[in-house]
Design a protein around this ligand. Structure first.
Ligand code: ZN
Ligand code: FE
Length: 255
């Protein structure tokens, strides 16, 4: 049975997510921008938090961890590589780590770029991937610590997941991300449809996440550095994909 997913808006434009196994009752949260909205979502459903999964060390993803841990007694999991700058971890994770929420095995994927110790959590049976500030709906995180080559490789890895996987990312940035995408591919029909869908969701106050990976592959320029029209739009028809990706990331910074 797939896990139940709840999307929780936090702070101004962050998202946290709950994943709940109805059989065991086990419930995890991915990222804790603040504890209040997460505790409210748990209380509303009568769920008990068992695990706190951290994607990366930035304060808008971890600020509420200690309050939530104190309130629930949940275990805290995060990247071993960043253990020195995360809240104290009960389980320090690498790509080789195995853990489960209910009966579902969770895979850890290293996705450096935004930060060097950034990880994603893949729930293959439920078709969910929690990407934090690596792959984001319509875009990707800024390169605060890693290189463009690292981020490009990280997104390539995520892009290999099944196309019906739901991408659960850390912020509501879709409108601006897709406006940038449209400067590169104004004639992309999937992008035109997705922008209309995002506009409708936002005007009714709804999140634009999660989004299917297959939609991202058709609309997110950071997954499309190999597409001839994207290369041409950047004046880089003959450049390799990694250079095209790096140029795109640079231009997005000043968009
Ligand atoms: Zn971040
Ligand atoms: Fe963030």
């Amino acid at each position: 049975m797939p896990l139940e997913l709840v999307t929780i808006p936090c702070l101004t434009d962050n998202y946290a997510y709950l994943v709940h196994d109805g059989i065991s009752g086990q419930t995890a949260v991915v990222d804790v921008p603040e504890a209040g909205p997460i505790l409210a979502a748990l209380n509303l459903r009568g769920w008990t938090l068992s695990d706190i999964l951290i994607t990366h060390h930035h304060s808008d993803h971890i600020a509420g961890v200690e309050e939530l841990r104190a309130a629930t007694g949940a275990m805290v999991l995060g990247a071993a590589a960043d253990a020195h700058r995360l809240p104290p971890l009960d389980h320090a994770l690498t790509e080789a780590s195995h853990f489960a929420i209910g009966a579902e095995g969770v895979r850890v994927i290293d996705v450096p770029g935004h930060t060097v110790g950034h990880i994603a959590y893949h729930f293959p049976d439920s078709g969910l991937v929690f990407t934090g500030d690596s792959l984001m709906a319509g875009g990707c995180g800024r390169l605060f610590e890693g290189t463009a080559a690292q981020m490009h490789a990280s997104l390539q890895k995520l892009s290999l997941l099944p196309p019906d996987t739901l991408v659960c990312s850390g912020h509501e940035y879709s409108t601006a991300n897709l406006a940038f995408a449209a400067t590169l591919e104004p004639g992309n029909g999937a992008l035109i449809s997705r922008r209309a869908e995002v506009a409708a969701l936002r005007s009714s106050g709804k999140p634009t996440v999660p989004v299917r990976l297959g939609v991202e592959q058709q609309t997110n320029p950071f997954l499309r550095a190999m597409v001839p029209a994207v290369k041409a739009a950047l004046g880089m028809a003959d450049a390799d994909d990694a250079r095209v990706f790096a140029e795109m990331r640079t231009r997005k910074n000043s968009f």
